[in-house]
Ligand binder design. Sequence first.
Ligand code: SF4
Ligand code: SF4
Length: 376
Amino acid sequence: MLITRKKFLQIFSGSIAGFALSNLWLPKLLQAANVKNGKGRLPIVWFQGQNCSGCPVSFVNTEYPSADEVLIEVITLEYLPTIMGGTGDVAVDILERMITDEKGKFILAIDGSIPVDSDGNYCNVGEINGKSITALKWIQALSSAAGAVVAIGTCATWGGIPAAPPNPTKAKAVRDIVKDKPVINIPGCPPHPDWIVGTLVHVLKYGIPTLDDLNRPVIFFGPDKIVHDNCELRQYFDAGIFAKDFGQKGCLYELGCKGPVTHCDAPVRGWNSGVNWCNRSGGPCLGCTEPTFPGGTGSGFYEKLPAVQVPGLSEINANANTIGIALGGAVGAAIAGHAIARAVSAKKLKQKSKQNSDVENSDKVMEQSNTQKEGK
Ligand code: SF4
Ligand code: SF4
């Protein structure tokens, strides 16, 4: 029996048995891709603009299915400079063949941003008749011929680091260049391999997945995937206990965490086979899946989000308006509702424990907070 779309989404969202992808589901995933005996494999051209190659490196770290299973059984990777053997004319011939002979039959994946200053000449890929071809021209031609376009990584989805001020090459995102068809955005610096493989298999088997208003698959970046709402340090935030330096116990908000405004399922999926994720490792979420990355929140990587008032033990100053204005839209509203409710219990906690946010006392505070919740 072929796997249903519902089951596929459950597997990839990690909502079965509370874990993400695992070997247990591998046969069903390959079944979902309908790839028995190599039939039905999905042709992919993976083009690279201004990038660091972190995205394809993350892709080949996929575990369930493994990189070789993806490459041999799920897709036909026609072109990806980071890992392909062919170079020079051999590589350029592939791109030309896909444009002229394979119209509508392949997926165009792109990582890296696209410079448009100086007619795009900050990024040239190969030559035809001795003339350099810009990434801009390749993407315009390839996207017109492709059946679907997927932007992989934050440089391709929003512009990312190459487009950060002062953006000397006038780097653009794929969605700024490709206008004749929807662009599926898989952000992340880099994206998790599950996000890439899961999206590609969904496109192959079920078509374009459900997307949010930024064209991100909701299975990985939906409204229920706000980092702050799933963070294991959330109890510290609610109790007003903030780490003041790296290595200290507490919420990482004051060390620059962008979790309150970021959609990403890393807190439940984990990186490196679920071993760890950003905040658990002590490095605050940098908001790498959002269009504001790297500097658009108004704060640097390690500076706290501006104008966000949070519940704390020494002062309860959260309210819907200030948080809503600071964060904007649905995310701000969701956080505000949660923060106000938690602020009340944090205030009670202050009265009872005469505790402050001294991190050395954080365990005691958390214990009291948990006891209070259990007593309700
Ligand atoms: S601010 Fe960051 S570290 Fe603190 S609870 Fe939210 S996501 Fe976790
Ligand atoms: S938790 Fe934050 S920094 Fe980590 S992958 Fe998600 S968006 Fe990027």
